[in-house]
Each structure stands twice: as structure tokens, then as C-alpha cells.
Write a protein that binds this ligand. Structure first.
Ligand code: PHB
Length: 387
């Protein structure tokens, strides 16, 4: 009995002990676990740029500590995720992990972060579970849950009077959850989903599925694709002769960071997202100018999410003078903060996900122009989160 209790106490101490001692004045080691290759490579690059831009604006420090970056290419491959995140924690002794884009990879990261108590900032992946059943005091998201843009678009498509919709996406957590969020709002608004079509991630063989859409003749199509896959989908939709015949709606990733490559085939598309190109607020204008100057690139939603992951981390670390072992104080500071994001200020819900507006955007002359609010201060329900 005694040994069992001791063992339990020892295990508990181990689980909550800092991964390594924190010498005063030591550098803050930030592990960037993002895709550098594959269909999401550009998304990973934008997140890293955004994160580093904010850090640079703070004089290179967060919570009073200089930053040292350690990088790993996660390849958007869930099978490699646990090894990759363990390397960052155990070999590189990082204090905080920033990652990632792909929901399947993020879920593996969240499990390790929860088990080891390592701070994790998720700058994109929307996996509902990360701020649902897997939620933890040390896990935060600066982006969205997959439910959110799906739900926002479901409300819009119902209000537009469409009745019968076909959905099409990649068969993995993000696609499934985006469609589920869409369906929840669309059916509440009186619509019906005729059929859910999908293909494995990161496949781009859309032809047979587009032929099926043409024969089903729905009133509209809802889709979740992102990155390189989104570029190809929008081009193939037009090439199949569906553009202009069956309206295509998407979670805003469909046209974010992709418009240059999509060209005229994206013009006119409606999407919902927590960012747009034409917000024209002083905060967003300053961000866009700084980003364009630094990287000779236009920012997108991923750049904003990376920037805001750094902002959220700064709020937490400034409250504890950079001591990443003070998890409860870090969480308390982030939960009561208002994050001054280029997307518009947002707060963080009890399950550590942004409470934010979703813009209805339309592609006009190669820009995701905001044409109104699709859903105001949309809160993720955080189903299954017990903290
Ligand atoms: C995801 O896997 O959660 C994901 C990936 C790319 C996006 C959005 C969500 O643009």
C-alpha cells in the first residue's frame, strides 16, 4: 500500500515537474513544429513568419527572456507526430511548443503536451478534441475549432435559401468536423445535406467526385480544403464546368493564401473565416504593412494565427516573468486577456479557444473581401472539456 502511494506521488511529481531546470536569465526555447513540406508547407511558413514578427516587435524577447528556436518539419504526417514532439521535449528540452497545421498531428501533440505538462500553443489545427476532451491548463489555441467556420457558413448558406447541399472534403478530423459544424447550422436553418463526399488526405484526384456532384445537382456545395489541395480543387471545380452552375461555399481556408495560384477561378467565391484581406482597421493595417516589409509577402490567416500565438504566449509569460513552470498563473492571465489581434480583438474561452467574429468574405479582384459578419462572437462549445 505504502509503495503504491509513493509510486503514485512520484509519478505525479514527474508529470508536473518542469522538463528541465530554468536558470534565471536563460533563453526561452521555442519548438516550432510545423509543416515545411507537402500540401500545407506555405501555411507552416506563414505561421512561423507571423510568430517571429511579433517576437521581433517585442525586441526579440517574451516574458523578459531571449528566444531560441528549434524547428522540426512535421510533414503533416500523424504517424510521425509523437516521435517528433517527444524529440522536441526530451532531446531539445524546449519550454514551449508552437504547432501545428494538421489536426491529426495536433491531436498527437496535445496528448504528449498534456502528459508532460509542456506548454503548447496551437496556431492553426482546428481539431475539436484539442480544446474538447483533450483540453488542459497548458494547451492553448490562437486559431479556431473546425466547428467554427463550418457552423458560420452553415448559417449563411441556409439564410441564402439553399435547401439541398452536397459536402466535399478530405477524410480526416478537420474535414469531418468542418462538415459537421456546417451541417449543424445548415439543418437548424431548414436545409438538408444530400450527400457527404470525401477523399483521403492529401489526395487531389477530384474528378470522379466532381462528376458525382454534377449528376446530384444540389443547390450548392460546401467544402473544406486548404493549402495546395484548395488551389487544385477550386481550379478543377471551374474546369469541370461547375462554377457558375452550382454555387461553391467553403470554410475560408479554401481561398486564403491561395488566391494568386487560383486566379480567376476563385473570383466571386463566398467563404467564412475569422480574418479577411480588407478589414482596414489601424491594427490590421499596421500588421499588414510590417509583415509585407519584413517578408515581401502579403499576410494571410495563418500569418495572423502565428502572430497571435506569440501574443498569447507573451500575455502568459509576462504575468510570470518568463517562468514557464507556473502553468496556473499563465492560464489565468491568458483567460482574462483581450488579445489585440489583426483579425479584431478576441478573448479566450474557458477551453482555451478564441471567441471571435467570423467574416463572410467574397473573392473580389484577387482579395478575400469582408462583406459582413457571418457569425458574431462565435464560441466553440468545447464539448467534452473538463479542466
Ligand atoms: C486542420 O487540419 O485542422 C486544418 C488544416 C488546414 C487548414 C485548416 C485546418 O487551413
Amino acid at each position: 500500500m505504502k509503495t503504491t502511494l509513493l509510486a503514485v506521488a512520484a509519478a505525479a511529481t514527474l508529470a508536473f515537474a518542469p522538463a528541465h531546470a530554468q536558470a534565471p536569465g536563460s533563453k526561452l526555447k521555442v519548438g516550432l513544429m510545423l509543416p515545411a513540406t507537402g500540401t500545407f508547407a506555405a501555411l507552416g511558413n506563414a505561421i512561423e513568419n507571423g510568430f517571429k514578427l511579433y517576437v521581433t516587435e517585442q525586441g526579440g524577447k517574451l516574458g523578459g527572456r531571449d528566444i531560441e528556436y528549434v524547428k522540426v518539419d512535421d510533414e503533416s504526417d500523424p504517424a510521425k507526430a509523437t516521435d517528433n514532439v517527444n524529440k522536441l521535449i526530451k532531446r531539445d528540452n524546449v519550454d514551449v511548443i508552437v504547432g501545428t497545421v494538421h489536426s491529426g498531428v495536433a491531436m498527437a501533440m496535445a496528448k504528449v503536451a498534456k502528459d508532460t505538462g509542456t506548454l503548447l500553443m496551437v496556431p492553426n489545427a482546428g481539431a475539436d478534441a484539442v480544446t474538447g476532451p483533450m483540453c488542459a491548463q497548458n494547451i492553448f489555441r490562437s486559431s479556431f475549432t473546425n466547428y467554427q467556420p463550418g457552423y458560420a457558413m452553415g448559417e449563411v448558406v441556409a439564410k441564402k435559401g439553399h435547401k439541398n447541399v452536397v459536402t466535399i472534403t478530405w477524410k480526416y478530423a478537420a474535414g469531418d468536423e468542418s462538415v459537421k459544424g456546417f451541417k449543424e447550422a445548415f439543418e437548424k436553418g431548414g436545409g438538408k445535406v444530400l450527400k457527404d463526399l470525401s477523399l483521403p488526405f492529401p489526395g487531389v484526384e477530384f474528378q470522379a467526385l466532381l462528376t458525382e456532384i454534377a449528376s446530384l445537382k444540389p443547390d450548392a456545395v460546401y467544402t473544406f480544403f486548404a493549402g495546395g489541395g484548395a488551389v487544385k480543387f477550386v481550379k478543377d471545380y471551374a474546369a469541370a464546368g461547375l462554377k457558375g452552375k452550382i454555387p461553391l461555399y467553403g470554410a475560408g481556408f479554401l481561398t486564403d493564401g491561395t488566391l494568386e495560384a487560383q486566379g480567376a477561378d476563385a473570383e466571386g467565391l463566398f467563404t467564412a473565416l475569422h480574418y479577411a484581406d480588407s478589414l482596414n482597421t489601424p491594427r490590421d493595417n499596421a500588421f499588414r504593412l510590417a509583415y509585407a516589409k519584413t517578408y515581401k509577402l502579403q499576410p494571410d490567416v495563418y500569418a495572423v494565427q502565428g502572430y497571435d500565438a506569440a501574443q498569447m504566449l507573451a500575455v502568459g509569460l509576462n504575468a510570470v516573468k518568463g517562468d514557464t513552470t507556473k502553468k496556473a498563473e499563465i492560464a489565468a492571465a491568458i483567460r482574462k486577456a483581450k488579445i489585440d489581434s489583426p483579425r479584431g480583438a478576441f478573448t479566450v474561452s474557458a477551453n482555451h479557444n478564441p471567441v471571435q467574429d467570423f467574416y463572410l468574405r467574397q473573392v473580389v479582384k484577387g482579395e478575400n473581401k469582408s462583406v459582413g459578419i457571418a457569425s458574431k462572437a462565435l464560441v466553440d462549445p468545447g464539448r467534452g472539456c473538463k479542466m
